[in-house]
Design a protein around this ligand. Structure first.
Ligand SMILES: C[S@@+](CC[C@H](N)C(=O)[O-])C[C@H]1O[C@@H](n2cnc3c(N)ncnc32)[C@H](O)[C@@H]1O
Length: 221
């Protein structure tokens, strides 16, 4: 199905086929060192799974997402929370956060929707919203072995790695993967590092799960 986050049918398709069981979120709590003083921002929060999972550990949570349906689903989940929460229906590009608002940031499977210049814009825009020492974890389509400009040169090894990674579910995933590699904007680790640095973040550690998907942890200087 054609990806379009403003199409509720697509949003439901994604939520049904790619929903993440909540136990899979457990490692992120540790990785972000979430604690009672933290203000957590989730960029592309979807239906609010991570926000609601993390909320009992922190002082407040804020999720942003482009899709009104995702925000409405997230809002239903958040209404049961004791922790203060806020949701904003906006694109990453338009999000304006007050300076020094957040101590932790999280974004999973969302920022590859931004073309490269927009990733840089986002990092420049987000930098001031995070306090010094804040941790930001991004997990997404990231090419760990090459840069986006070298995609064609590395296509065969990439495609073979994707087939290996998805195993038995490869047939049902391959069209989505093709669309993501070719039509969306996963980029190389080097470019993310540059964007983060220019936004005032220092790359601390990488968590590749394959050559094309994984996490990066950065700290606000
Ligand atoms: C693939 S889903 C991931 C949702 C959730 N983070 C997860 O891990 O399951 C991507 C989310 O990013 C949102 N999104 C896509 N492009 C966006 C943009 N330009 N600005 C804000 N949100 C966007 C979509 O609406 C969607 O909810």
């Amino acid at each position: 199905m054609e990806e379009n986050w403003l199409n509720d049918e697509y949003v439901r398709y994604y939520n049904t086929n790619y929903a993440t069981p909540s136990q899979e979120y457990a490692p992120y709590l540790e990785l972000l060192e979430l604690g009672p003083q933290d203000a957590l921002l989730d960029l592309g929060c979807g239906a609010g799974e991570f926000l609601t999972y993390a909320a009992p550990k922190v002082a407040r949570v804020h999720g942003i997402d482009l899709s009104p349906l995702q925000i409405s689903l997230a809002s239903e989940k958040c209404s049961a929370l004791a922790t203060p929460w806020e949701l904003t229906c906006t694109s990453f590009e338009k999000f304006q956060a007050p300076a020094q608002s957040f101590t932790k940031g999280f974004s999973r499977k969302a920022l590859h929707h931004l073309a490269d210049p927009q990733k840089l814009e986002l990092c420049l825009n987000l930098g001031p919203a995070f306090r010094s020492g804040a941790l930001l974890y991004i997990e997404d389509g990231i090419f760990f072995n090459f840069e986006r400009s070298q995609l064609d040169d590395h296509w065969e090894e990439l495609w073979a790695d994707a087939a290996r990674y998805y195993g038995e579910s490869w047939e049902s995933k391959r069209q989505d993967l093709y669309n993501s590699f070719r039509r969306e904007h996963p980029c190389g680790l080097g470019y993310w590092k540059e964007c983060l640095q220019r936004g005032g973040f220092q790359l601390l550690k990488t968590y590749p799960r394959s050559s094309f998907y994984g996490g990066i942890l950065a700290r606000k200087v």
